[in-house]
Design a protein around this ligand. Structure first.
Ligand code: ARG
Length: 405
């Protein structure tokens, strides 16, 4: 409506502006606002008052000239001058009703598909394997899914990327513990309490040397593609995601198995990426580790902050995976926008990753990288929300409680 009125005012002014005394600059001042008082119509403009000084004319006279030359339009039922020279517009209710009716009869509610769709990767939800989905995952999940639906409705090519935490050294310990549990029960097990599973696995790792040795060897075997370890790892991923899918369904979220693009997907790329960063002079060796220094991020002493991309034991990090992940999304998926839905604590992590990717040419100015952060869920003490015993609050429990009302 505002745009329609602005256009009408513009048309009127151009027909009375025979001597070009109203410059385009003056015209750029046209503003249409909602009125505060319905007696003054629905919209008002102060353009006549804005023009009074430069034209050295009475604002009410200018307002009258504008009104006299405004083309008639079905959206407007009445135009009046008010006060020192406001122009008040009354919307034609019948035409608004018609427009609403038309939208209501259209399956797309009158929203047209955009003409230049983007390929948008939306990175959201992203829970971790063998862990309960925590209360903070609900925000990433539901905000991300709402945005996905809107972007898709507008006609974009949207790729849902559930960047689950399905890789890392903890899997040696988890596989060894799953094996122990399966041997004990003599059958496949149904993993429903991840919290306990993870805690017990860690306990075995810390107290049982034999177990720890086995766990460490499983990490190496898993990374080397050993069939048994892959199978056990896959079991853990599946069990976790079966549970999480129940939560997605309860929340009416559109994520499914085919959207899982976890950290493991980028594992094979990691050695090549680190090699490439070294060759390009972006990364350097420091006490056996491979580090990228970025001048824009400083540590407490004001020196450039070092970002480790490979530890001195050869292990890779969350950062390395996210670097490879951008390369994949830009090169393979041809993303033109990448949106991340995480809490605000990951801001610096993402900015670091983006800066490294820009330097390495894994992304370019045509790709828009966007962090869509949300705040943290804090307890009464102002610290991240925890259960009374200090554990993370499970999303499952929150939903149960909410439903029980
Ligand atoms: N798994 C992470 C977490 O639970 C979130 C991952 C976000 N996405 C990413 N590309 N880093 O906090």
């Amino acid at each position: 409506m505002k745009q329609i009125i602005e256009k009408l005012i513009r048309e009127s002014i151009s027909s009375i502006n025979k001597d070009n005394s109203i410059t385009p600059e003056l015209l750029s001042n046209i503003r249409v606002d909602r009125t505060k008082d319905r007696a003054h119509g629905d919209f008002a403009s102060n353009i006549a008052m804005m023009l009074a000084k430069p034209l050295k004319k009475n604002p009410r006279q200018i307002a009258q000239d504008i009104i006299d030359n405004i083309p008639s339009d079905p959206h407007i039922s009445k135009i009046e001058i008010a006060g020192p020279g406001f122009i008040n517009f009354f919307a034609n209710k019948a035409s608004i009703a018609d427009a609403l009716e038309e939208m209501n009869n259209d399956a797309r509610l009158g929203v047209k598909k955009i003409s230049n769709p983007d390929t948008i990767v939306v990175d959201y939800s992203a829970p971790n394997v063998a862990k309960e989905m925590a209360v903070h995952h609900i925000r990433s999940t539901v905000i991300g899914d709402a945005v996905v639906r809107v972007l898709e409705f507008l006609g974009n090519n949207v790729i849902r990327a559930n960047h689950i935490g399905d890789w890392g050294t903890q899997f040696g310990m988890l596989i060894a513990y799953l094996e122990k549990k399966e041997n004990e029960s003599g059958a496949g097990m149904d993993l429903s309490d991840f919290e306990a599973f993870y805690r017990e696995a860690k306990e075995c790792y810390d107290t049982d040397e034999e177990f720890a040795v086995k766990a460490r060897s499983y990490v190496v075997q898993l990374q080397g593609g050993d069939e048994y370890c892959r199978k056990m790892w896959k079991k853990l991923v599946t069990m976790t995601m079966v549970q999480n899918q129940k939560l997605y369904d309860r929340l009416d979220v559109t994520l499914s198995d085919k959207d899982i693009m976890g950290e493991s997907l980028y594992n094979d790329m990691l050695p090549g990426v680190v090699e490439d960063l070294l060759n390009k002079g972006i990364a350097q060796e420091d006490q056996g580790a491979i580090v990228v220094y970025l001048p824009q991020f400083k540590n407490k002493e004001g020196k450039p902050l070092g970002n480790i991309v490979r530890k001195n034991d050869g292990g890779y990090l969350y950062t390395t995976t996210d670097i490879a992940c951008i390369k994949y999304r830009v090169e393979k998926l041809k993303a033109t926008r990448i949106l991340y839905f995480t809490d605000s604590r990951q801001q610096q992590h993402l900015e670091t990753v983006w800066a490294i990717c820009e330097k390495a040419g894994y992304t370019n100015s045509k790709v828009s990288l966007e962090h869509c952060p949300f705040g943290m869920m804090l307890g009464k003490d102002g610290k991240p929300f925890k259960t009374r015993s200090g554990g993370t609050v499970k999303l499952r429990d929150v939903l149960d409680e909410a439903e029980a009302g």
